[in-house]
Each structure stands twice: as structure tokens, then as C-alpha cells.
Design a protein around this ligand. Structure first.
Ligand code: 13P
Ligand code: SF4
Length: 329
């Protein structure tokens, strides 16, 4: 497919009404031309944009076709019909989309969008773990490279980790690479979990003292933590779950005030849909997620860069582990 000429959009897109209480009109004005150009490019390229819940509101509410947590994005990647998939998220998510959809062009707007968990472990580390714990199955969080997935028995996300652990029907599992996620799951099951000491650089920074301060400053606040947070933080939260489960909690319980203990953009994206709820916004930015911008998405669609590829042999092994996860309901 040829490179398209840089686009000039005919008419900037007005701000979606739901963004009114999370973004000043003047800020939208900066984005409006890119939003219009990207919407046109999606039509020209037969492309869709899959965006993670941590993307900024102008991406999430302005140009994304599908939004969700890692599990939802993986499920959507299986059924995507478009010729081109742009993954507004981090590299492992784009790799997963490619593994599940090898016939489509998968683009990531910034190839440097990594993840501290994915970079904490290699396929050789998995082989070492297997040698030290013979016969124990390896459950790998999707926040890993395709090579690490291929070296594993099955994948999991934060949304299905408990279910995956219990689906195997064994007394011990190896769960990599997030030590905190593994401990948070271990607290909820009788299955013994051997883990790895990887951590999310965003969630590991939250402390019980942060939660105490939020509760002191905002009486009655519901505290909802991501399970990549340290167990001491999850222990003092009212609920813990994946980013999609956090949204479900807000939609179901409708607390008057809520604090989402996770990446910064999450609260803005969710708050847009719940104007009656007050969001306390403790904030840790993911520098990798923030590499994805509207100009970057526009450039990716204009030039069809950066294409994500996975060598066939690795893709086959990784797909087996991801498919096995998706089959667990
Ligand atoms: P989920 O959206 O699957 O909860 O994952 C959070 C995350 O940190 C992804 O990078
Ligand atoms: Fe990785 Fe944490 Fe960023 Fe998610 S938030 S991409 S787990 S560093």
C-alpha cells in the first residue's frame, strides 16, 4: 500500500459533548484538525483504531473505534475485519493483535512504546524457571514479548488471571512476570503461585499512605485499585480489578466519589461518561502509553508505519498461549 500525502482535513471536528467536563474547549481546538484528518484516513485506509483505556481522552473519545482493557483488545483483534489495525497502546498489545490477526497490517504509532513488565523477562528466563520447577505450567501475563508468550503454556490478563490459574486444575503454577499481580491473585486462591519480580513502573509507586491520604481528604470515597499495585495497596482498596473491571465497578456501584488507583488518563476517560460522579485523581503517568499521540496516529496512517511483525515460528507459539487463554470463559 502506498504512502498517502499528508492530509489536510476540510473541517475540524467539534468537541464530542461528553468531553465537556473533562477538557476545555480551547484544548480540543488543538486536536480538532488531527481528529478530522484521522477519521478521513481511517476511511481511506480501511483502518480501525484499537485504544487502551490509558490513552488520552482526545484519542479515546475522538478517534478510537474500540476501547478496552488488554483482554478486550485481544478479543477484538481476533474479529477485526479492517485491512489495517492501529494499536493506540503499547508494543505488546500491538504484537498480540498481530499474532491473532496475521493477515492484517498492524501499526503502532511509536515503536518505542514499551512496558516495564514486558522488559523484565526474556524467553531464556522462562526456560530457567521451567528447569527449576519441572512440570509446573507457566502462565504469562499478556504484558510480555511474543518470545516470552511462545515459551509459555497459557497467557492471562489482569481481567482473567484468577480464572486462568484455577482453570488448569493443578496445585502449583508459575505466573510471570508481575510479582504484585501474582501475589494479589495468590491471596484469592489455594493454588500455589511461583512468581517473578517484574513490576509495573506506574502501579508500583502507589502506597497505603497514598490511599490513607485520599480517604482523609475525600470522606466516603470509593477506592478502586489495579491489581498491578502492591498487595498492601490492594488490601486497603474497596475493589481491585482490571481497567475494564474498574469501569464496570463505577457503572454498577455509582459511588458519589471515586479514586481510580491507576494511570492518569483512566479517570479522565471514565469521568467523561459519568458527569454526576466526582473523580479524585491520584496520578501516575505511564510514559510508554503517553508516547501515543494524535499526530503520531495520523502519521502512522499516512505512512503505514510502524508496522509490527512477528516471525512465524514465534507467532505460532505465542498464538497457542493466547488462544488457550481466550478459550477460558
Ligand atoms: P488492563 O487494561 O488489562 O487492566 O491492563 C493494565 C495495563 O497496565 C496495561 O498496560
Ligand atoms: Fe506497562 Fe505499567 Fe505502562 Fe501498563 S501502565 S504499559 S503495565 S508500564
Amino acid at each position: 500500500m502506498a504512502s498517502l500525502q499528508p492530509t489536510r482535513a476540510a473541517r475540524p471536528i467539534p468537541m464530542p459533548p461528553m468531553l465537556r467536563h473533562v477538557m476545555p474547549e480551547i484544548e480540543w481546538a488543538v486536536h480538532a484538525e488531527d481528529v478530522a484528518a484521522i477519521r478521513q484516513l481511517k476511511r481511506d485506509r480501511d483502518a480501525i483504531i484499537l485504544a487502551h483505556n490509558y490513552q488520552t481522552p482526545e484519542i479515546y473519545h475522538g478517534v478510537a473505534d474500540i476501547v478496552g482493557d488488554s483482554l478486550a483488545l485481544a478479543r477484538e483483534a481476533v474479529t477485526a475485519k479492517a485491512s489495517v489495525i492501529v494499536l493506540a497502546g503499547v508494543h505488546f498489545m500491538a504484537e498480540t493483535a498481530k499474532i491473532l490477526n496475521p493477515g492484517r497490517t498492524v501499526l503502532i504509532p511509536d515503536a518505542r512504546a514499551g512496558c516495564s513488565l514486558a522488559s523484565s523477562i526474556t524467553a531464556a528466563d522462562v526456560a530457567d524457571l521451567r528447569a527449576r520447577h519441572p512440570g509446573v505450567p507457566v502462565i504469562t501475563y499478556v504484558n510480555t514479548s511474543a518470545e516470552v508468550k511462545a515459551a509459555s503454556d497459557i497467557c492471562c490478563t489482569s481481567g482473567n488471571a484468577l480464572k486462568i490459574v484455577e482453570s488448569l486444575g493443578v496445585p502449583r503454577v508459575i505466573m510471570i512476570p508481575d510479582g504484585y499481580l501474582a501475589r494479589n491473585i495468590a491471596a484469592r486462591t489455594s493454588v500455589e503461585i511461583i512468581t517473578w519480580e517484574g513490576a509495573c513502573e506506574v502501579h508500583e509507586r502507589f502506597t497505603p499512605a497514598d490511599i490513607a491520604e485520599i480517604r482523609a481528604g475525600h470522606p466516603g470515597v470509593a477506592v478502586v485499585a489495579h491489581p498491578e499495585c502492591p498487595p498492601e495497596v490492594v488490601a486497603v482498596a474497596d475493589f481491585a480489578g482490571s481497567t475494564a473491571e474498574m469501569i464496570d465497578f463505577v457503572a454498577r456501584d455509582r459511588p458519589k466519589r471515586v479514586a481510580l488507583i491507576t494511570e492518569c488518563s483512566m479517570s479522565d476517560n471514565v469521568a467523561a461518561g459519568f458527569p454526576e460522579i466526582s473523580f479524585v485523581k491520584p496520578c501516575n503517568l505511564c510514559p510508554h502509553m503517553k508516547r501515543i499521540t494524535l499526530p503520531g496516529i495520523r502519521h502512522a496512517l499516512e505512512t503505514l508505519t510502524h508496522e509490527v511483525t512477528v516471525p512465524d515460528a514465534i507467532a505460532a507459539g505465542a498464538r497457542r498461549a493466547v488462544d488457550r487463554m481466550l478459550a477460558v470463559r
